[in-house]
Design a binder for this molecule. Structure first.
Ligand code: SF4
Ligand code: SF4
Length: 314
C-alpha cells in the first residue's frame, strides 16, 4: 500500500529539507496546549501575545479537506552583512532563520518562503494533493511530531543536532499514514548543561521554569518598534535583529557555528540612507533588492535603530 506521507518526506529531503507529517486531528490539541500555557503563565500573553494570538487553527473555507499537518525544517546559515560608514567596514550578523523572517500576512510576498511553498506544492501535486500554508505554532508542532526537541533555551533543535533551521507549517489533504505525537521533550544534552543559561546576558533563561522569560529576551526588544527598556544594556544587542548568544554557546550547535554566509554589502551611501531612515519607496532599486535579500522589507522601520546601536557598540 502506498505511504504518501513517507514518500513526501523522502521527496522533500532531496531539497535538503527535513519534514514530518502528522494527522490534522492534533490541531485542537496544539491550540489547547498553547491556551493552557497562556493560562498558567500570564506573562506569555502579555509579552508575546502579539505573535501567538495571530495563529489561525482554521482551514480556509473550500480550500481542501484537511487530513494532515506538514512541518518542514529548512537549514539556514548565520547571515553576515556588511555596512560601510565613515569609510569603515561594519560587519553584522543575524541568527539562522532571520533570512526567512516574516509575519503570516507578509509570507506570500516573501520571495524565499514562496519558493519553499512552491516546492511543497509541486511534490504534493504529483499525487493530486492540495496544500495551504498555515500559521500555527511551528516549534511546538516540530517537537510534538518528533521532528525536533527543545533546548533549555526554548529553541527547537532538529533531530537534536542543530537549531540552524527555519520552520514552516502546511495543511494538506494528503493522508497521514504514520501519525506520531509525543509529549514535549528536552534534549538529553541539556540534562547536564547550563551554558545557555549562564551566557544569557538578561537572565531570560532561568532555573525557575522551562519557559523563557520572554520579556527579558533581547529578541523581543529588537523585534519591536518600542523604545528599548532602560534595563536593557545596549551592549547586549548583538545582532541586526534577534540574538544569537544562547545558540552560539550551545555545544549541540558546535559543528554548525562556522555555517556563516555573506549575504550582501551596503555602500557608504546606502548605509547613510538607511541610518537616516530614508523611506523604503525612496531608496534606489538596488538597495531595495539588498534589503529583500536580508529580509528587511517588512521590518525596515527597525533597521536604522538596530544597526546604529551595533555600530556605536563597536
Ligand atoms: S547550551 Fe546546553 S542547556 Fe542550553 S540548549 Fe544547549 S545543550 Fe541545552
Ligand atoms: S536569545 Fe539572547 S536574550 Fe534571548 S534567551 Fe537567548 S541569549 Fe538570552
Amino acid at each position: 500500500m502506498q505511504n504518501y506521507s513517507s514518500d513526501f518526506i523522502n521527496q522533500i529531503q532531496k531539497y535538503g529539507f527535513k519534514a514530518q507529517v502528522i494527522s490534522f486531528k492534533h490541531i485542537k490539541e496544539i491550540q489547547l496546549e498553547l491556551e493552557t500555557t497562556k493560562q498558567i503563565h500570564k506573562d506569555v500573553n502579555t509579552y508575546i501575545g502579539k505573535y501567538i494570538n495571530k495563529f489561525n487553527y482554521n482551514v480556509p473555507i473550500n480550500s481542501l479537506e484537511a487530513k494532515s499537518i506538514i512541518i518542514i525544517a529548512v537549514p539556514q546559515p548565520i547571515a553576515r552583512i556588511n555596512f560601510t560608514l565613515d569609510s569603515k567596514n561594519h560587519t553584522v550578523i543575524m541568527p539562522p532563520m532571520y533570512l526567512l523572517n516574516s509575519s503570516s500576512e507578509f509570507e506570500e510576498k516573501h520571495k524565499k518562503i514562496s519558493e519553499i511553498t512552491t516546492i511543497v506544492k509541486k511534490i504534493l501535486s504529483t499525487e493530486n494533493f492540495k496544500v495551504v500554508k498555515a500559521n500555527i505554532p511551528c516549534k511546538l508542532i516540530a517537537v510534538k511530531s518528533g521532528l525536533g526537541t527543545y533546548g533549555r533555551n526554548n529553541i527547537c533543535y532538529i533531530n537534536s543536532e542543530s537549531s540552524f533551521y527555519w520552520l514552516g507549517s502546511y495543511i494538506s489533504d494528503m493522508p497521514c499514514e504514520n501519525d506520531f505525537w509525543q509529549k514535549c521533550t528536552i534534549m538529553d544534552a541539556c540534562k547536564n548543561c547550563d551554558l545557555c543559561l549562564k551566557n544569557c546576558p538578561t537572565s531570560a533563561i532561568s532555573d525557575d521554569r522551562f519557559l523563557l522569560h520572554t520579556n527579558k529576551c533581547i529578541t523581543l526588544q529588537n523585534e519591536s518598534k518600542e523604545t528599548f527598556p532602560k534595563s536593557l544594556n545596549l551592549k547586549w544587542h548583538n545582532c541586526l535583529i534577534g540574538c544569537i548568544r544562547c545558540q552560539i554557546i550551545c555545544p549541540v550547535n558546535k559543528k554548525h557555528i562556522k555555517n556563516v554566509k555573506d549575504i550582501t554589502e551596503f555602500s557608504e551611501l546606502e548605509t547613510k540612507k538607511i541610518l537616516s531612515k530614508t523611506p523604503l519607496k525612496e531608496l534606489p532599486g538596488e538597495t531595495y533588492k539588498k534589503l529583500e535579500l536580508i529580509s528587511f522589507i517588512e521590518d525596515y522601520n527597525l533597521l536604522a535603530r538596530n544597526l546604529s546601536i551595533l555600530i556605536n557598540n563597536k
